[in-house]
Design a protein around this ligand. Structure first.
Ligand SMILES: *Cc1c(COP(=O)(O)O)cnc(C)c1O
Length: 348
């Protein structure tokens, strides 16, 4: 087939920053080792691009959510380094885990029995210490089935690690009870934000996700973590509009004076939602305000600050996540995982 022309959307990935973020989080984890949450295609940035970098940096414990994410991970790391957080929905999941050597995270007594009956093998077990999503309830941790499993990582998940809430200490206490009761090889409690709560929260293994990819879950981590994802889009049209003319659907912007506007190849189908309205795109640090509504595949910007730009030139979306979250009212997690697959993900 003839080769595809170059795309008009790029997601430049600063792989040096990604590796540095993992090393920073590993160091902050103290005597614990940092793993990596790689679910949702490495939070939208691309497992194919990110996984080799994380592994090269030193990560050896990788967490996906779905079984469907396993083949992508297996292309870059051995099966015993991959854990599937959603656990076992039935015998097919258990058989798949045993055949591939990937570790299920068992989330209930039913799943523990299913794993045991399927032949068992090394697994991980999640206990719920208060978030009330996945995991065994505290009153189930004495169940005899648990002693029959080969539990590698015993884990729990913090609900409020990004805030200074008494709930963090309550979950820590509960998790200590779990560790004392359930036989296991390694214990793991902290996500990205949990790593900053102090060495008490580290145990043997931490599970950062957001902070690897440039998110800043707690302000005190800001100085250490580097931005990884840089979305860029091409100008696909430039036009002069007259005073009084409207821009875009419902003409929500009306030009107060003649202006030069650019149409950028970027829209809500790419994850740049309408909550970006009113923000600026950038060209060499010059602000190019978004005019009117965000369309599915296009955003119109004011080119007054960069009059030399022409069709085919590139502009940037400001994607320092704490600021972008403030600007759009989206969470830093949403801002990463929304980025669509029309972006070409380039390691730079
Ligand atoms: C997603 C997830 C993580 C990573 O959380 P971040 O807040 O992104 O660091 C860790 N553990 C579990 C169980 C998760 O689901």
């Amino acid at each position: 087939m003839t080769s595809l022309p170059p795309p008009s959307l790029r997601l430049d990935l600063d792989t040096g920053a990604l590796a540095s973020n993992w090393r920073v989080l590993d160091r902050m984890s103290g005597t614990a080792k940092a793993g990596a949450a790689i679910k949702a295609d490495c939070y939208g940035l691309g497992a194919a691009q990110c996984l080799p970098i994380l592994r090269e940096a030193g990560a050896r414990d990788f967490f996906v959510a779905h079984w469907s994410e396993v083949p992508g991970a297996l292309a870059h790391c051995p099966p015993d380094e991959i854990a599937v957080l959603h656990g076992l929905m039935g015998r097919q999941d258990a058989d798949f885990a045993r055949q591939t050597g990937v570790r299920p995270v068992l989330n209930s007594l039913q799943q523990a029995r299913l794993w045991h009956d399927a032949g068992g093998g090394v697994c991980h077990v999640m206990v719920d210490t208060g978030i009330n999503r996945l995991g065994l309830a505290m009153d189930e941790i004495g169940d005899p089935i648990l002693a029959k499993l080969g539990i590698d990582v015993l884990l729990s998940h913090l609900a409020c690690a990004d805030e200074d809430e008494p709930m963090n200490a309550r979950q820590l206490d509960a998790f200590r009870k779990v560790i004392a009761k359930v036989p296991h090889r390694r214990a793991s409690l902290a996500n990205s934000a949990g790593i900053a709560l102090g060495s008490d929260y580290g145990f043997d293994l931490t599970r950062p996700g957001l902070a690897l990819y440039g998110g800043v879950p707690r302000p005190e981590m800001a100085g250490e973590l580097r931005q990884v994802a840089y979305p860029k889009a091409a100008l696909i049209n430039i036009r002069q509009i007259e005073a009084g003319e409207g821009v875009g659907y419902n003409a929500t912007f009306t030009a107060p004076k003649p202006i030069c506007v650019g149409v950028v190849s970027l829209g809500y189908a790419d994850g740049i939602l309408r909550s970006w309205a009113g923000a600026n795109l950038l060209s060499d640090d010059r602000a190019l305000p978004i005019l009117g509504k965000v369309s599915m595949d296009m955003i119109v910007i004011d080119l007054s600050a960069a009059p030399e730009l022409k069709e085919g030139d590139w502009v940037e979306l400001p994607y320092y996540l704490p600021d972008a979250a403030q600007q759009t009212s989206l969470s830093q997690y949403e801002l990463l995982t929304l980025l669509g697959d029309r972006f070409r993900r380039d390691a730079v």
